[in-house]
Design a protein around this ligand. Structure first.
Ligand SMILES: *Cc1c(COP(=O)(O)O)cnc(C)c1O
Length: 391
């Protein structure tokens, strides 16, 4: 047999981890590795955070699952917290990012259906987007690598350049119901929005009566130094999706919506078996209470600015390896002049994890709890990696 028992749908690095502690991981052969990928922006509070371990184990001894046939008190507490901290009037829970996006797309169509405009069923989306791997979300993302081989894509998406307001206006038709985008593109290569872009989109959506859906699956839960990235722009969406950081490593997603949009999801319209189960809610409650604690997001912005400055210096020192650094908070991308995979492999040799992205970018996404000393250690290891690649 040449076929491994675990399917080969990932190109995995040949390394495995046995335990974690804060920003550090220990491999099965005993190496200590600095985790500046956080499992792709998931481990927001690092590994084995005492409050998360306590929340999960305490809940595990009480009750795991009851289904959404019944009230789930943890959902009510987490939803209350999200409503109090954001634009949202109401929250629905699911388990993953793509599920949240799938629900958001369904919700937007249903809003217009219920308003007597069922013909408004199309979405304006952006080039370089990533929204997940379901049929709807691969079509929304539009990445040929994710679509090839899967037949006729869902025909519901009109694509424009990220950051281009004029193109977006021109793509709107009488069939458009919503604009869907990431406020900072993640998989697309850490592309922050141009100044005024999100404000312009909000104004345009208001002008044409469209919904603004923000995919904050990667940018949310403090990653950019605000609870959600759109808050930097002083605007609010109509629907927002979250996942990755929300469970700090436990699978959980959420759809946040205004009253008008949430009303479209009346009983029976949409559902999921696992969404918002007591285990997921216990962890999400603990994550949010840490991230929303006074000073936490200030620290993310401060440490993030230091990290960004350090990455910029590195790019200046190794112009043959790096083109530059872009990002905000603790969401950074190194644009590479060597293949990004080479840099990431060289960093792994230095016991530092980074994450690849499109546009030849290496993502730097540490847990939000890192301190300055850990930033310095990561920068030293990155420097050593660049040294091995510089010619
Ligand atoms: C990771 C990601 C998704 C997909 O989340 P899954 O949990 O893998 O389904 C969707 N949107 C964005 C912006 C992401 O970064």
């Amino acid at each position: 047999m040449t076929m491994p028992s675990v399917m080969r749908n990932y190109a995995r690095y040949d390394v495995a981890f046995e335990s974690g502690d804060g920003v550090w991981l220990t491999t099965t052969d005993g190496r200590r590795v600095l985790d500046f990928g956080a499992g792709i922006a998931v481990s927001a509070l690092g590994h084995a955070h005492p409050r998360l371990v306590a929340a999960l184990t305490e809940q595990a001894g009480k009750l795991w699952h009851t289904s959404n046939l019944y009230r789930v008190p943890g959902q009510e507490r987490v939803a209350d917290t999200l409503v109090a901290a954001t634009f949202a009037d109401s929250v629905m829970f699911c388990s993953t990012g793509l599920e949240a996006n799938e629900a958001a797309l369904k919700m937007a169509r249903k809003v217009f259906h219920d308003a007597g405009q069922p013909e408004r069923d199309r979405f304006v989306v952006t080039e370089g987007a990533f929204h997940g791997r379901s049929f709807a979300s691969i079509a929304a993302g539009g990445n040929p690598k994710h679509m090839t081989g899967f037949g006729q894509p869902m025909d519901a998406f009109d694509r424009v350049a990220f950051g281009n307001l004029n193109e977006t206006r021109q793509a709107v038709t009488e069939r458009t119901c919503a604009v869907l985008l990431e406020p900072v593109q993640g998989e697309g290569g850490i592309r922050p929005p141009p100044d005024g872009y999100l404000q312009g989109l909000r104004a345009m959506c208001d002008e044409f009566g469209l919904l603004l859906i923000l995919d904050e699956v990667q940018t949310g839960i403090g990653r950019t130094g605000a609870l959600f990235a759109h808050q930097h722009a002083g605007i609010t969406p109509d629907i927002l999706t979250a996942a990755k950081g929300l469970g700090g490593g436990f699978p959980v997603g959420a759809v946040l919506a205004t009253e008008r949009c949430a009303a479209a999801f009346s009983p029976g319209v949409h559902g999921t078996t696992f969404g918002g189960n007591p285990l997921a809610m216990a962890v999400a409650e603990a994550v949010l209470s840490e991230v929303l604690a006074p000073g936490f997001l200030d620290r993310v912005r401060r440490v993030g600015a230091d990290l960004g400055a350090g990455l910029g210096r590195l790019a200046a020192d190794y112009p043959g390896v790096l083109d530059g650094a872009r990002g905000l908070g603790l969401m950074w991308g190194l644009t590479c002049r060597v293949p990004n995979g080479d840099l990431i492999a060289a960093c792994l040799d230095q016991d530092l994890l980074l994450v690849p992205a499109a546009d030849n970018v290496a993502r730097v996404l540490p847990p939000l709890i890192i301190d300055s000393a850990e930033v310095d250690t990561a920068l030293e290891r990155l420097r050593a990696a660049c040294e091995t690649l510089a010619i």
